[in-house]
Design a binder for this molecule. Structure first.
Ligand code: ATP
Length: 884
């Protein structure tokens, strides 16, 4: 029982030294021996079962039934064609689903948590799956515990174990306690940490005692919510539409059957026609095409550093009209440099390249506190940890007050970690025979807990005058966009509890650091604004610093557009919500204010995206329409609560993701409207012929072929259409907007009717060319075959050409770039080629009852087939002129 063993015994048994950890070599061996640290999920679907699941579909049952009937009536070619189409359709379905699944899997891999472990004496970050028994794991707030650990160090460590115990209040851990009762329940094992639980506060270290299925969570085999497929609102709406169209199709089939019965047509023929009409009318490809377009879209987005965790977010992204963004690191570079410091009334500059500087007594105290109260490391220009803290160590180096030397002399014995509510951090270090508290943080927070100040090496009361001096200097530095941090200390004889540290301190001085804005952000902000999106800055930093940077970036024009957390608290919720649209900068806020801000923006009908990185940001990320976590600086908690992760922590990526989101939605719309037009074209062709008791221009097998083979490729190609460069000049789409808004529905109907009409025309032309009329009862079989070939090729070609016109609802095919969508051009070429193959390879031509066309016929076919495209382009031209 690990919890009842001493730390030494644990190290011995697992053969590891806590100071150096395992060697990489040993870790590799153990990884082979114990396997990857992964809970077993559901087994994956095999290709065969994927294939079989494609066949579980009403439409396929109908087709299989039709195949059986054709065999019974000895129409073997028809049977073969039907079966071939079913087979091809299933293969296309498998390929789409496989591709979509692979894309989602790859995304999941990118978001697997990482762990800090000690290997060969160095702290390294590795994939949690590579953690092995014996590894020394470092825990800090916001990180998931990667495996079961026997704790060996804990500093105010708190872990939330609800995944295991159901208890959501974090439990306090203590590495030094030894438990003797072998029946100690999991929740009371204070010297252990368990896989899949979450560090919410403090720091700790532990040695891995169990991984993967050997862990407590592995034993109860509770699989985390790894695979859940969620349908997007659009997918749900399309599914409903599909159902409605399905019922309509059945209705139409019954109608046709009834009419045919009255007209005394051949019932078997009519049966097959009705079935193929059903196939034409049911938009069975929609769901698959939307799924693949979404999957390909999120893969593309991951390449521009935005990992979308949930598919519905892609749609929501397109509607975002407020981007709330953290300042530090997202709008700025998070590369801090101290450029000024202030003690006892003197503000001094620190040159960026300075070295070997000498500090006076007060300055030395200031730097000492800032360097000791610090968790970062910095050596030879390379730092790890919080950039604010790295800058402070770099400052110390310039004055030859290195962290190493100071730490050696003043060992840290306790600490009160930084959190963004207090905006303070304190450590307790040895000082002579006693101890000294070193505190650093936001100056307003320090002023609240300081009662004295250090002036010329003496501790004097913190008078109103002194306070004013400090505040004035802070404002001065903040106005020039500097981030200001204060430091304070106090001496004590005995050890102090964390809560006791931050009281009655002596204020020493201030430092001001620059954190330059990211170069690309200014342009992105301008782009967002032209796209009808308002960028909002939310920061824990000082109001003046925030506003200075906001002005520089074009987020705000004046300080009147900013509010502080304290000002928000002073307003009543309604007034805050009513006026929220007037503000662009929220400064000195804590995570709870972020929730208030999101709520107020949402109350005004906005679609809000919110960024976050800390443990306490989870509620606001969840509450926002799009919660955005930081990939580099973000905690596991924030990533878990988010809808999207930025792998580069960059504001620009959010704007790019919104652009992608808009394009993906538009592409889905194009693909769907295209498919519906094609289906409608087929329905119109058959329905009109039946209603007028004319011969039917398309045979059942021909309809199947067109509907299931030639349509799919252009539809998918439309789904991956290159983005419209003007998409960010439009206002965001309202999420309530109907899918058929903006004339999309009318266009689908118009396209369908046009395709139907020209197919009929081509058929009549074929008959008329041979001197017959459509109503003649005795049209010879060869003439029929010829006319059907014309309509068969015309309907396929017109759909293919029409797809070009679907690329934009207003712009002409030339202005969007005729050849820009290479895949679409390829799909059209392939479609035409297949059509050529079907009519010219004798055995296929026989099966589909078509024959070869002469060059002149091809000319006529193209003439007909281009009509829907041309008409649609003329309509677009009129619309463009009207708009002007
Ligand atoms: P953003 O929210 O845009 O990322 P931020 O980094 O300034 O901005 P916080 O990290 O919440 O927000 O910091 C708020 C304030 O707390 C800072 O302005 C600074 O005064 C203080 N602070 C930041 N980091 C530390 C730290 N490591 N130790 C002590 N105080 C800090």
């Amino acid at each position: 029982m690990w919890f009842s063993k001493s730390q030494e015994d644990v190290f011995k048994e697992l053969q590891v030294s806590p100071a150096t950890g395992l060697s990489e070599e040993e870790a590799k061996k153990r990884l082979e021996q114990y396997g990857r640290n992964k809970l077993k999920g559901k087994p994956k679907k095999s290709l065969i079962s994927l294939f079989l699941s494609q066949l579980k579909d009403m439409l396929i049952y109908v087709l299989l039934g039709a195949a059986v009937i054709t065999i019974v009536i000895e129409e073997y070619t028809d049977a073969v064609i039907i079966l071939m189409v079913v087979f091809l359709n299933a293969i296309i379905g498998v390929a789409q689903e496989y591709k979509a699944e692979k894309a989602v899997e790859a995304l999941q891999k990118m978001t697997t948590p990482k762990s800090l472990v000690r290997r060969d004496g160095e702290t390294v970050e590795i994939n949690s799956e590579e953690v092995v028994p014996g590894d020394i794991v470092i825990l800090d707030a916001g990180r998931y515990v990667p495996a079961d650990l026997r704790l060996i160090e804990s500093a105010n460590l708190q872990i939330e174990e609800s995944a295991l115990t159901g208890e959501s209040v974090p439990s306090e851990k203590n590495a030094t306690s030894l438990l003797t009762d072998p029946k100690t329940p999991i929740g009371d094992k204070v010297n252990m940490a368990f896989m899949s639980t979450l560090t919410t506060y403090g720091r700790g270290e532990g040695v891995v005692v169990a991984t993967a299925m050997d862990t407590e969570i592995g034993k109860i085999a509770k699989i985390l919510d790894e695979d859940h497929t969620e349908m997007t609102p659009l997918q749900k709406r399309l599914e409903e539409l599909g159902k409605i169209l399905g019922f309509l199709a059945i209705g139409v089939c019954i109608l046709i059957f009834a009419i045919a019965f009255i007209q005394k047509r051949d019932l078997m023929d009519m049966f097959l026609t009705a079935i193929s009409l059903a196939v034409a009318a049911i938009p069975e490809g929609l769901a698959a095409i939307v799924a693949i377009v979404l999957a390909l879209g999120v893969t593309r987005m991951s390449k521009i550093n935005a990992i979308v965790k949930k598919l519905p977010s892609v749609e929501t992204l397109g509607s975002v009209n407020i981007i709330c963004s953290d300042k530090t690191g997202t709008l700025t570079q998070n590369k801090m440099t101290v450029v000024k410091h202030y003690t006892q009334g003197v503000l001094s500059d620190v040159a960026q390249t300075a070295s070997n500087l000498t500090a006076n007594e007060d300055e030395a105290e200031l730097i000492k506190s800032l360097v000791l109260c610090n968790d970062a490391t910095y050596e030879e220009g390379q730092g790890t940890g919080d950039p604010t803290e790295i800058a402070l160590i770099a400052l110390g180096d310039k004055y030859n007050l290195t962290k190493e030397a100071l730490n050696e002399k003043h060992e840290r014995v306790s600490e009160f970690p930084f959190d963004s509510d207090r905006k303070l951090m304190s450590t307790l270090n040895k000082e002579g025979n006693g101890y000294r508290v070193h505190t650093k943080g936001a100056i307003d927070s320090i002023l609240k807990i300081a009662s004295t100040a250090l002036v010329d090496g003496r501790i004097v009361p913190l008078t109103e005058q002194l306070k004013e001096d400090f505040l004035k200097t802070t404002e001065e530095m903040s106005d020039s966009a500097l981030r200001v941090l204060g430091a304070a200390f106090k001496d004590t004889e005995q050890m102090l509890e964390p809560e006791e540290m931050e009281k009655d301190l002596t204020l020493i001085g201030l430092v001001g650091m620059i954190d330059p804005p990211r170069l690309e952000v200014k342009a992105s902000i301008a782009e967002a604004k032209s796209a009808g999106i308002t960028p909002i800055m939310i920061t824990g930093d000082h109001k003046n610093t925030a506003v200075a940077i906001a002005k520089e970036l074009g987020i705000a024009d004046s300080i009147e557009q900013s509010l502080t957390g304290a000002e928000i608290d002073a307003m009543d919720e309604k007034a805050f919500s009513d006026n929220i649209n007037n503000y662009r900068v929220f400064a000195r806020v804590s995570p709870e204010h972020k929730v208030k801000i999101v709520r107020a923006f949402k109350a005004q009908g906005n679609i809000v995206s919110m960024t976050g990185d800390g443990v306490n940001d989870a509620p606001s990320l969840k509450y926002a329409d799009i919660g955005v976590a930081m990939g580099i600086t973000g905690t596991d908690v924030s990533k878990g609560a988010s809808d999207m992760i930025l792998t580069d922590d960059n504001f620009t990526t959010i704007v790019k993701a919104i652009e992608e989101g808009r394009n993906i939605y538009n592409n889905i719309k194009k693909a769907v409207i295209f498919l519906l037009s094609c289906n409608l074209g087929e329905v119109v062709t058959i329905l009109v012929s039946i209603l007028f008791s004319w011969p039917i221009p398309l045979l059942p097998t021909q309809i199947l072929w067109i509907n299931l083979v030639t349509d799919s490729l252009p539809a998918i190609s439309l789904g991956v259409d290159p983005g419209d460069k003007d998409v960010m000049k439009q206002k965001p789409r309202s999420p309530k907007e109907s899918f058929f808004a903006g004339g999309a529905g009318i266009r689908a109907i118009l396209g369908g009717v046009l395709i139907g009409i020209i197919t009929l025309l081509a058929f009549y032309y074929g008959i008329w060319e041979h001197g017959y009329r459509i109503s003649d009862p005795d049209i010879p079989k060869e003439v029929m075959t010829y006319a059907r070939t014309m309509s068969f090729v015309v309907i396929a070609a017109s759909q293919l050409f029409y797809s070009l016109s679907m690329r934009h609802s207003i712009k002409s095919i030339l202005s969007v770039g005729l050849l820009k969508n290479k895949l679409l051009i390829l799909a059209i070429a392939l479609g035409l080629f297949l059509q050529l193959v079907v009519i010219s390879v004798p055995f296929l031509a026989g099966a589909f009852q078509v024959h070869n066309l002469s060059l002149q016929d091809w000319g006529i076919v193209f003439g007909f087939a281009l009509i829907p495209l041309v008409v649609n382009e003329i309509i677009k031209m009129v619309l463009r002129m009207k708009k002007k």
